[in-house]
Design a protein around this ligand. Structure first.
Ligand code: HEC
Length: 350
């Protein structure tokens, strides 16, 4: 059963995109990635789908005869079971992580056949499989869509038919960047792909994402053939821990908005407990810090500060001190951002 898309706002999205194009920000080029793992390790059968043994040799072209997508074709898809969904033509969607069976059902009703997770969290392969969707996991950093990930995206376009849903956590930055790379691979020009990022609300604070969408050139057939796709990629414990922390942090943000009381629509959120989970997740990340950062005094200092601030949040919330909790929450958020600015989000472009 295919439900019609409930509500579409193509004109608004196209208008936004056009406006933003008119005041396009500076565009950079080149600049390597930092070696962030594209996570294209082979996966074991119990991890879900593994590329078929006898894959049709990549053709080197996925554009086919279809006309490239234009910004006028972008559509917002409003469905209460999904968040931040943006569609670009017949094959490409981006959005937030689908949560629970209803969300995957909603994707299936849109006609989506393939789901691609580009963040560090473990994809819910079982929920996808239950409604017949294939999952691929291609983790990318906030600092760009590296070569391995670009080749993987092209390979997925070649190996699948039908619409593909690219998602990160909230569907604003990395998911749209991967979708925009797919659009380029399907023949869209740089302006159209950039307009897609604008329409998705991708932040200019991640210049590497914009750069790699703008400077896209098709990977060679050899690069595409060498890709090993997997449904659950290997992700370093640190990045996986950060992805986990971010999900806990969502709950803290809701509590902050609710004045550090359990909101009616989130009976699961306990102001005494959620900050404890944040602190524990930060400690787990600190523990799992890879050598390239743990050897840096500044990194260790920022991590210690984050843990201290999480402790402060924990005690203020437990004491029912809403003002203190607010202050500690904001201070901790600044530490997240400041560490990311230095160690995660890549160089500012000249
Ligand atoms: C001391 C440094 C530091 C602090 C503090 C920090 N992070 Fe991170 N975080 C990083 C680094 C470095 C990465 C990139 C890891 C990688 O890609 O290998 C990262 C990655 C992430 C990611 C992306 C994970 C993924 O899916 O790939 C999220 C989300 C995140 N952090 C959320 C948070 C939140 C929320 C906080 C604060 C509550 C926080 N971080 C505090 C350093 C930090």
């Amino acid at each position: 059963m295919r439900r019609p898309i409930p509500f579409r706002t193509p004109f608004l999205v196209a208008l936004l995109a056009t406006l933003a194009l008119a005041c396009a920000a500076a565009e950079g080029d080149g600049g390597g990635d930092d070696g962030h793992s594209a996570g294209l390790e082979p996966t074991s059968p119990e991890q879900g789908y593994v590329g078929p043994e006898a894959v049709v040799p990549p053709s080197g072209s996925v554009t086919g005869a279809a006309a490239p997508v234009r910004a006028e074709d972008f559509e917002r898809v409003e469905d209460p079971r999904l968040a931040a969904v943006l569609r670009a033509g017949p094959r490409i969607y981006s959005g937030a992580v689908p949560v629970g069976p209803e969300a995957f059902q909603a994707l299936a009703e849109l006609g989506v056949t393939t789901v691609v997770c580009v963040d560090g969290a473990r994809p819910d392969v079982d929920a996808a499989a239950a409604v017949g969707l294939r999952y691929f996991h291609v983790p990318i950093g906030y600092d760009g869509v590296d070569e391995g990930a670009r080749a993987a995206i092209v390979r997925i376009l070649e190996e699948t038919e039908g619409p593909i849903f690219f998602h990160c956590h909230h569907g604003h930055h990395r998911g749209p960047a991967a979708a925009a790379v797919a659009l380029r691979a399907l023949g869209a020009d740089a302006d159209t792909a950039r307009a897609f990022l604008v329409a998705a609300g991708t932040s200019p604070d991640y210049p590497g994402l914009w750069r790699d969408v703008a400077s896209f050139t098709p990977p060679s057939p050899g690069e595409v053939a060498a890709v090993r796709l997997s449904a659950v990629a290997e992700v370093e414990d640190f990045a996986a821990g950060m992805a986990q922390l971010d999900r806990i942090w969502d709950g803290v943000r809701i509590l902050a908005d609710a004045g550090w009381t359990t909101p009616l629509d989130h009976p699961d959120l306990d102001p005494d407990h959620q900050p404890v989970l944040v602190r524990q997740a930060l400690e787990a990340c600190a523990e799992a810090t890879p050598e390239r950062w743990s050897s840096e005094e500044e990194f260790r200092r920022q991590m210690r500060r984050a843990v201290e601030r999480a402790f402060a949040l924990e005690s203020a919330a437990a004491a029912g001190d809403a003002a203190g909790a607010d202050a500690a929450f904001r201070a901790l958020k600044r530490t997240c951002m400041s560490c990311h600015d230095t160690y995660r989000d890549g160089e500012d472009l000249p």
